[in-house]
Design a protein. Structure first.
Length: 112
């Protein structure tokens, strides 16, 4: 059973149409895949940038904490110096008022 020329042309047209449709659908998918990849790359770049910003912020916070620690340490030293000065002044004040004899007398844990 031989095919007529017209049948062969009709089959070629159908095959050509099917192949064209499949290629178009695949090229559409390829374009969609490329768009998705580009979006992924942009998202990854933005995440990397955000990570860098966060790390920089953490470094700055660490510096601020170190500065605060230094200030607290300095204030602690100043308070301790004032405390020692007050203790000395109180000892001499008690002696000056005659409340304490500077022998071996102890008042409230203070020794002259």
């Amino acid at each position: 059973m031989a095919l007529a020329e017209q049948d062969v042309e009709q089959i070629e047209a159908i095959v050509q149409r099917v192949l064209t449709e499949r290629m178009e659908s695949k090229s559409g998918m390829v374009r969609y895949d490329l768009e998705l990849r580009e979006r992924f790359v942009r998202v990854e770049e933005e995440l990397k940038h955000q990570r860098e910003l966060m790390l920089e912020g953490f470094k700055q916070m660490e510096k601020r904490f170190e500065q605060v620690d230094k200030r607290f340490e300095l204030q602690h030293q100043e308070i301790m110096a004032l405390h020692q000065e007050i203790k000395v002044l109180m000892r001499w004040g008690f002696v000056g008022l005659g409340w304490v004899d500077c022998g071996s007398v102890q008042v409230g844990g203070l020794v002259c």
